[in-house]
Write a protein that binds this ligand. Sequence first.
Ligand SMILES: Cc1cc2nc3c(=O)[nH]c(=O)nc-3n(C[C@H](O)[C@H](O)[C@H](O)COP(=O)(O)OP(=O)(O)OC[C@H]3O[C@@H](n4cnc5c(N)ncnc54)[C@H](O)[C@@H]3O)c2cc1C
Length: 288
Amino acid sequence: MVALLLSDESLDDQAQEMIYYGADRVITVTHDNLKNYTSEGYGQVLMSVIDEESPDGIVMGHTAIGKDLTPKIASRLDIGLISDATDIDVDGDQVVFTRPIYSGKAFEKKTIKEGITFATIRPNNIASLEKDESRTGDIQTKEIDVQDLRTIVKEVIRKQSEGVDMSEASVVIAGGRGVRSAEGFDQLYELADILGGAVGASRGACDAEYCDYSLQIGQTGKVITPDLYIAVGISGAIQHLAGMSNSKVIVAINKDPEANIFNVADYGIVGALFEVLPMLIEEIKQLQ
Ligand SMILES: Cc1cc2nc3c(=O)[nH]c(=O)nc-3n(C[C@H](O)[C@H](O)[C@H](O)COP(=O)(O)OP(=O)(O)OC[C@H]3O[C@@H](n4cnc5c(N)ncnc54)[C@H](O)[C@@H]3O)c2cc1C
């Protein structure tokens, strides 16, 4: 397995890390024009590496970059692409990918029968191999002159966010319209703090300006797969489920026993959230 790393600065440490996690060989490409992602810049590198390596398969994360870049590469190479796979299996000599359809209501299995097997994988959905620091492998630096870009991203100004990044968090406490105000989210932040998790939200809560759209989970928000997802005052609309239904354990707190969120929840608490949350916070504190 060969890993490809791109940046404008040295990638030796990251390359070594990739080997510890299972790569046999790592190709690194550094160039000033790779400082910030552009589909043209990354595309030039990927096309050049594919041309030289003739891989049987390529996988990328189903991240903002993966989602933007892979269709362009597939179209250039005139090959198929399986996007947002949540599972990979091998059946004989075929690689079988599982991916959600209809906003996660059903799953389909797909293989690519001809040409390069090309897929994007939903982040955090497939467990990584154990880190093995005794593994060794080749790290190759490849010179590619990334030029003639029609777009150059000069600066990226990231929104300041406090605490744990929701996409990486193993625990996410998400609030919905039922939380009723921005202040209502304070208790969710308290619970997230105790559990070392992050806070997320439904679109209902974002539309109501209880929190920022960067916290939105769902079809038009972030897709996450934490170990524990606690939905607080969220009805469980299909567009919301599309972003969280693959979480390992789902807990729902809702005053309506008929709320759709209970259909995907492993544990449900029927009750008023401002009564349930303080009790939950207290109980968890006692256990720590
Ligand atoms: C094209 C499209 C894309 C969309 N994309 C997304 C998306 O990415 N993510 C997303 O989330 N939504 C998305 N939506 C919106 C989605 O359809 C729902 O409208 C939204 O998810 C509802 O948010 P909610 O569950 O917070 O609010 P509501 O549906 O209003 O639910 C609030 C819930 O809180 C409960 N509640 C109220 N008070 C309390 C209390 N005191 N204690 C306990 N429970 C209480 C209620 O019983 C209710 O179940 C999209 C819609 C469209 C059309």
